[in-house]
Design a protein around this ligand. Structure first.
Ligand code: PGA
Length: 249
């Protein structure tokens, strides 16, 4: 299976900085072997069109960071999956912990969004992960298991869905889960997906949380880890590409 490296730019960068990053990535992307690695960038939605233009002939996919649980119409501030798809997006991140925490997004809502995303031909990257307190209490599998049960929509398959395990305490904190912690959780997630879905062993499972070129190589050795969802380190072309390069070592 190809390794999947997804850059989540979040609400970062001004227009000039976004352009600068896109142009820098454009220079480095051709060196990534397409047969082994798939790269995706998820800029803020205001830069999606620009990203699609600059990356038109590049070996990289574009993704949204969220979409609406509606098809179209009177939903001020929302962006539909269909609009993302029309802009050239192939992927959409759903249920990121920042959306779960700041907008109280429930797993049920994420599953509704996923249905619209799949109907528009997008592949969803469904994020799950426990908080620090939940891990201290030893409840990480209970939490992640429930998020998986409730966030996956009925049409979920390996063709349209990627799972991203992102322990909340590791996001943007510089704390990374150890390869052993990641291995334990990814094996739990794999079993869960196998129980739930006919093609559950083919669903790609990403890890996210303070991934950098320096820790990517060790994490890549973990079983059932098919790539990364990268925040901070995706804002610099050389660190994002350094993570992709670690997959080849
Ligand atoms: P980080 O973010 O790499 O900055 O920890 C990961 C994410 O939020 O997807």
């Amino acid at each position: 299976m190809k390794k999947l490296i997804v850059g989540n730019w979040k609400m970062n960068l001004n227009v000039a900085e976004a352009d600068h990053l896109l142009i820098a990535l454009r220079k480095l992307l051709p060196s990534v072997p397409k047969q082994n690695i798939e790269c995706v960038i998820c800029p803020s939605c205001v830069y999606l069109q620009r990203a699609a233009e600059i990356m038109a002939d590049q070996p990289v996919h574009i993704g949204g960071q969220d979409c609406a649980p509606f098809d179209n119409g009177a939903h001020t501030g929302d962006i539909s999956a269909r609009q993302l798809s029309a802009l050239g997006c192939r992927y959409v991140i759903l249920g990121h912990s920042e959306r779960r925490a700041f907008y109280q997004e429930s797993s049920a809502l994420i599953s509704e969004k996923a249905t619209f995303a799949h109907d528009s031909g997008l592949t969803t990257i469904i994020c799950v992960g426990e908080t620090e307190d939940e891990r201290t209490e030893g409840r990480q599998e209970e939490i992640v298991g429930r998020q998986i049960d409730e966030s996956l929509s009925s049409g979920t398959s390996a063709r349209n869905t990627v799972l991203a395990y992102e322990p909340v305490w590791a996001i943007g904190t510089g704390k990374t889960a150890t390869p052993d912690d990641v291995a334990a959780m990814h094996s739990f997630i794999r079993k869960k997906l196998q129980e739930k879905l006919a093609d559950g062993d083919e669903i790609r499972i990403l890890y996210g949380g303070s991934v950098k070129p320096e820790n990517a190589k060790d994490l890549f050795s973990v079983d059932n880890l098919d790539g990364f969802l990268v925040g901070g380190a995706s804002l610099k072309a050389d660190s994002f590409m350094g993570i992709a390069a670690a997959a080849l070592e």
